[in-house]
Design a protein. Structure first.
Length: 242
């Protein structure tokens, strides 16, 4: 193991030979390993140009991923809220996070700023994936327009859009019972100003179902975390039931 992964083990976790570590191939398979050696110096005592950690695979871990892929489409929030949303979404099992420009989005990003932001969010996703023992590093997609986001979800199996004017909790419960055990799930979260009514009509025309997260008005970051938590628990329970 070399590069950033070596640095994370050696300098961040301060791992030592004999300790156990969990690694992933980034494609869904996890390995429980033992550190055999930290190879960072030459025979003459000088530091190696490419230090490494030598690992021995003990066994293959059970999968840590949810059986269905949840895509969180997040209306761009103000300040650094997106960093928190990405971090928590990854911890809760999101397969990908998609930043979306909506009618009520206050933050406007040109292409250069958007690229830098996405790179920053992707680094946060990677750190959160390592911390939460994810088998993959979820992708933070490039910023999409409202129209691009709707088109992206054309082949999704379930499409949900929490909306403050949706008050039928029985309907929400019914939709959660329809969460597919496999496939792709989209959940759209509005920015601070919420969704414009025309966007809800547009979303419904694209087979999105408005749902309620309760009687209280939630901040955008809270709505994202609440939605991910409910979907994560629903999928985990389905898996436990077989």
């Amino acid at each position: 193991m070399t590069g950033e992964n070596y640095n994370h083990l050696k300098n961040v976790l301060r791992a030592k030979p004999g300790e156990k570590v969990l690694i992933s191939d980034g494609e869904g398979t996890d390995y429980q390993c033992t550190i055999c050696a930290i190879d960072d110096v030459n025979v003459d005592g000088s530091p190696k140009a490419e230090p490494s950690v030598v690992l021995k695979i003990d066994f293959v871990e059970a999968p840590h991923e949810l059986p269905a892929d949840i895509y969180l489409f997040q209306g761009l929030p103000k300040q650094d809220k997106m960093e928190l949303i990405v971090q928590k979404a990854v911890e809760l099992g999101a397969h990908a996070v998609v930043p979306v420009e909506t009618k009520n989005t206050v933050v406007k990003l040109d292409d250069k700023r958007a690229q830098k932001k996405v790179e920053r969010w992707q680094a946060i996703a990677e750190a959160a994936a390592k911390q939460s023992k994810r088998s993959i590093v979820p992708e933070v997609k490039p910023v999409m327009s409202w129209r691009e986001a709707l088109q992206f979800t054309e082949d999704f199996d379930l499409k949900l859009i929490p909306y403050e004017n949706a008050h039928d909790m029985k309907k929400t419960l019914s939709e959660l019972q329809n969460v597919p055990k496999h496939g792709k799930i989209a959940v759209f979260i509005g920015p601070e100003g919420g969704f414009d009514e025309a966007e809800i009509v547009d979303a419904e025309a694209h087979e999105f179902v408005p749902i309620s997260l309760g009687k209280r008005i939630l901040r955008t970051e809270t709505a994202a975390i609440a939605s991910m938590s409910v979907l994560m628990m629903t999928l985990e329970l389905q898996s436990a039931e077989g």
